[in-house]
Design a protein around this ligand. Structure first.
Ligand code: FE2
Ligand code: FE2
Length: 506
């Protein structure tokens, strides 16, 4: 019997919806960018594997973009999504462009459009690239796509963060960048202004030959995109199609978990924690292996919808306003919709989308009641509540597992949580023993792992120094060694490594 397999394009296209939400774009914008990149690459008669790389790079373009959110919190007044919608098409070497962006930021409530409040863009860009590259690798994409993701912010003239230029940049990336700009910019300022900007930026940001071709052929390349975009994107993937094997679905779900948690440093490791806890609880309940797998996968992906809610809402230490609550209530809906279009992931998305529902109808977003909540949903809801309570949040410190169990018991007595599911989660939570390891990955020492954990949770070097009672210089040295050993150069890279290797869940 042949092993069941899933189109990788389905999964990546679904993740592009999360990226659309995080960028403040209409759904399917990245699908359209992928179609245009594919058309452009085919028009240039590039080899099939290059067309395929351009197709995937365009789809994945913004999956790493949430990494910079917490840096942008002050600058953009907490609305990183509004900021991103404009910033993605700004040429950072064009003063007029940058001035217009700052003027726009000045209209966002609570923003500080002051260059001194702007974080280190180089670190944000390289961080986004490291995140995108890592995600591409974990989802099973090849070295061409990974390399393209690594160099996303580089420019034809070599004035990007890493300084790669010209033909040094893969042609798939150069094609994808022009197509992405065309789609993203024309949605903001129209086609004519976009083509004028492409001409201006040819030879600077963009490959001049490819930009010229695009401008000449814009009617064909940008015009008449099919209304059934999802189907068109699935059909447009160049042969040979890429597949996800059944045995690789868990690896993909874990990568999606980590992508979801990059929304804020205090979330790092949350989704994978819910996945592990829900699975153990489901086992205590004696559920079948198939059900266990569904619960584990849905639990890992449950918070991917967080991308649609501005970072200022997640990071807020005070009481949320009614309108901020409305935002929060949407995130499980977004989770469901992000996964709904893929036949292979739709049922998991529906299960994941119930993680804030409560048996008595007091949850969100549907206010579903017990009769419509399968046991898997009840287990994930209890595991999510338990796991979140044991983690630090901006408005409260982390609780002990014992306190979390008491709180869960109250929710069970009040009828919010299913008593069997809640009890199984408490039992499973009691099994969470400190991880005792002799060998850390990449040859890290105990001290370096401590440093890595703090850095991955967004602490500044001064805060790490205070926590470990050492000097900032010592922390500097540790951080340099850690980065060298794990092969990254930004906090984003460090956070991803820490999550991927389960270093945050102890
Ligand atoms: Fe959630
Ligand atoms: Fe959650």
């Amino acid at each position: 019997m042949r092993e069941p397999r899933i189109r990788l394009a389905e999964l990546i296209a679904s993740l592009s919806f999360a990226a659309d939400l995080g960028m403040g774009y209409p759904m399917e914008q990245m699908l359209r960018a992928s179609l245009v990149a594919t058309r452009l690459a085919q028009h240039l008669r590039l080899p099939n594997e290059v067309v395929s790389d351009a197709y995937y790079i365009a789809l994945l373009r913004h999956v790493g973009c949430t990494f910079g959110s917490w840096f942008l919190n002050v600058f953009a007044g907490g609305d990183d999504i509004a900021f991103r919608r404009r910033a993605a098409v700004v040429d950072h070497l064009d003063h007029a462009d940058v001035g217009a962006l700052f003027a726009y930021v000045g209209t966002l409530p609570g923003a500080k459009p002051d260059p001194t409040a702007l974080p280190d863009l180089g670190e944000i860009w390289v961080g986004e690239c490291e995140m995108g590259m890592s995600l591409a690798a974990r989802l099973g994409l090849g070295s061409g796509v990974q390399r393209g993701m690594q160099l996303l912010w580089e420019r034809w003239d070599g004035k990007g963060p890493r300084g790669n230029s010209g033909d040094d940049l893969p042609v798939s990336l150069r094609v994808a960048r022009v197509a992405l700009f065309a789609v993203e910019s024309s949605a903001l300022v129209g086609v004519d202004a976009t083509l004028a900007a492409l001409k201006r930026r040819a030879g600077g940001w963009f490959d001049p030959g490819i930009a010229d071709t695009f401008v000449r052929e814009a009617d064909t390349l940008l015009g008449e995109l099919p209304a059934a975009t999802w189907d068109a994107v699935q059909d447009a993937e160049p042969q040979p199609w890429l597949w996800l094997l059944e045995q690789d679905v868990d690896r993909a779900a874990r990568a999606i978990a980590d992508m979801a948690d990059l929304r804020a440093p205090f979330l790092h490791g949350h989704s994978a924690g819910v996945g592990a806890l829900a699975e153990r609880a489901a086992r205590h309940l004696g559920l079948s292996d198939g059900e266990l797998a569904r619960i584990r996968r849905a639990a890992n992906m449950h918070d991917i919808g967080r991308h649609g809610v501005p970072t200022g809402v997640w990071e807020k230490p005070d009481r949320l306003s009614d309108s901020e609550w409305e935002h929060v209530r949407l995130h499980p809906y977004y989770t469901e919709r992000i996964l709904a279009r893929s036949p292979a992931f739709a049922a998991l998305g529906a299960l994941a989308g119930m993680h804030h529902e409560r048996c008595d109808g007091s949850g969100y977003y549907r206010r579903a009641t017990a009769g419509t909540l399968p046991m898997g949903a009840r287990v994930i809801a209890a595991a999510d509540a338990f796991q979140a309570m044991t983690e630090e949040r901006p408005h409260r410190p982390a609780r002990t597992p014992t306190d979390a169990a008491h709180e869960l018991a109250k929710d069970m007595r009040a009828g919010h949580l299913d008593p069997d599911a809640g009890a199984a989660v408490c039992e499973a939570g009691g099994e969470v023993a400190p991880l005792i390891r002799r060998d850390w990955p990449a040859g890290l020492s105990d001290r370096e792992v401590e440093v890595l954990r703090l850095v991955a949770r967004g602490r500044s070097k001064r805060e790490v120094a205070d926590a470990l009672t050492v000097s900032v210089n010592t922390v500097d040295t540790h951080v340099r060694h850690v980065y060298e050993k794990i092969g990254v150069s930004t906090r984003a890279g460090a956070a991803i490594f820490a999550m991927e290797h389960d270093l945050l869940r102890t």
